[in-house]
Design a protein around this ligand. Structure first.
Ligand SMILES: [Zn+2]
Length: 382
């Protein structure tokens, strides 16, 4: 059990200066003043001068590795626990990616289970770029309904030369199965879409909604900031649909991508409601660069740390303030992915807490009630 004293709490709404008691992995009490009961084994952590925020949720990470577009030597490695902790991330959603042929959803599931054993929270999407998409039980909906960690399908590639170019009917069927699997399993059943850079990238999703009863919010398209042209369309799409911005590719393509923190400000300015906007890192994903003939010329690996950096930039440089910027990486994600124990600092929620100092550095981090970073140092070995 921990008693955090005198923290400026952003839950993500600013709650003021509070004392917070955790125990059994959850937040037990939030009060102006809490005292340690005599005889109780509670560690007191002084939070004076620190801001407490919910642990970040990174909704798109290639936790079991990805890549391979340049041959076997270009496969990226698995995410280590320390990579997410140093980025203030306490909940991660794993996905497969381009390689649904030599890698498996099973390996993503087992990696997620490994991370949970190490003390953080982990979910996965079933599937890969391709449609029909690889699953564990033979159907995406069945995976979602029956496997605890599976909360949706993805990332399914659209508008990309690496996409299998699913027809509208194929997309409807996949999304409908995901949706029903979600209903049966009490999950989001959302379909995470990898947006490529072809023309009219959102058209397949508009077509799905027009030709079925599925809502636009059944889809969470990511990489919406990958170039100016997609981003302009995302400003319209986001009025009714969800828009996820990728932070991990920006450092490599800053000349063509829209900086994620700046993108949030621009989306809001264009009338996209804040609850529709999320950011994810694409961590451990390969960031390939192709020439005009489609040949791979360069390959980098995305970092989870970029999520924390863009949160800071959105809060400070873009003037959104911590309350608003935080929503894109905490409460909005929890709502969209239907993981209600996450993303907010409230009594009864999971004790996923990050304390940051005045320089926006992580001082302490607690995941599921366990302290994993103390005084800026990792307590875990991985
Ligand atoms: Zn992708």
């Amino acid at each position: 059990m921990y008693l955090f004293k005198n923290c400026e709490v952003y839950g993500p709404r600013f709650l003021g200066k509070k004392d917070i008691l955790t125990g059994g992995g959850i937040i037990l009490a939030i009060e102006d003043r809490l005292e340690k009961p005599l005889g109780w084994d509670i560690d007191v952590i002084e939070g004076k001068g620190l801001r407490m925020i919910p642990g970040l949720i990174d909704s798109h990470v290639h936790i079991a590795g990805a890549g391979g577009e340049g041959g076997p030597a270009t496969r990226t490695s698995e995410m280590q626990l320390s990579q997410m902790l140093m980025a203030g991330v306490t909940t991660v959603v794993g996905c497969l990616g381009t390689d649904g042929m030599t890698r498996s959803v099973e390996s993503v599931l087992m990696k997620a289970r490994g991370l949970k054993k190490e003390g953080v929270s982990a979910y996965i999407y079933t599937g890969a770029y391709q449609v029909p998409t690889p699953t564990i039980l033979g159907d995406a909906g069945k995976d979602i309904a029956m496997i605890d960690e599976v909360i949706g399908t993805g990332e399914i590639a659209l508008s990309d030369h690496r996409s299998s170019s699913p027809t509208v009917t194929e997309l409807i069927r996949l999304a409908a199965h995901s949706r029903i699997g979600g209903m049966l399993g009490g999950k989001a059943g959302i379909v995470n879409i990898h947006m490529g850079d072809a023309n009219n990238p959102f058209q397949p999703l508009y077509d799905v909604v027009q030709l079925s009863e599925l809502p636009l919010t059944q889809f969470l398209p990511t990489h919406c900031n990958r170039n100016e042209h997609i981003f302009e369309e995302a400003k319209l799409y986001g009025v009714n649909g969800l828009v996820d911005l990728t932070t991990g590719s920006y450092p490599y393509f800053s000349d063509i991508e829209v900086k994620p923190s700046k993108a949030i400000a621009e989306l809001l300015h264009s009338g996209v409601p804040l609850p529709h906007i999320t950011m994810s890192s694409d961590g451990c994903g390969s960031i390939p660069q192709f020439d005009d003939s489609g040949n791979l010329v360069k390959l980098e690996t995305a970092s989870v740390m970029t999520l924390f950096n863009e949160l800071r930039h959105a809060a400070i440089n873009e003037g959104l303030g911590l309350e608003n910027a935080l929503q894109a990486v905490t409460s909005n994600v929890a709502d969209i992915l239907k993981i209600p124990a996450k993303g907010r600092i409230e009594v009864g929620k999971d004790a996923d807490l990050v304390l940051i100092d005045s320089g926006f550095r992580i001082a302490h981090l607690c995941a599921m009630g366990l302290l994993m970073i103390k005084d800026g140092r990792l307590l875990s070995e991985r």
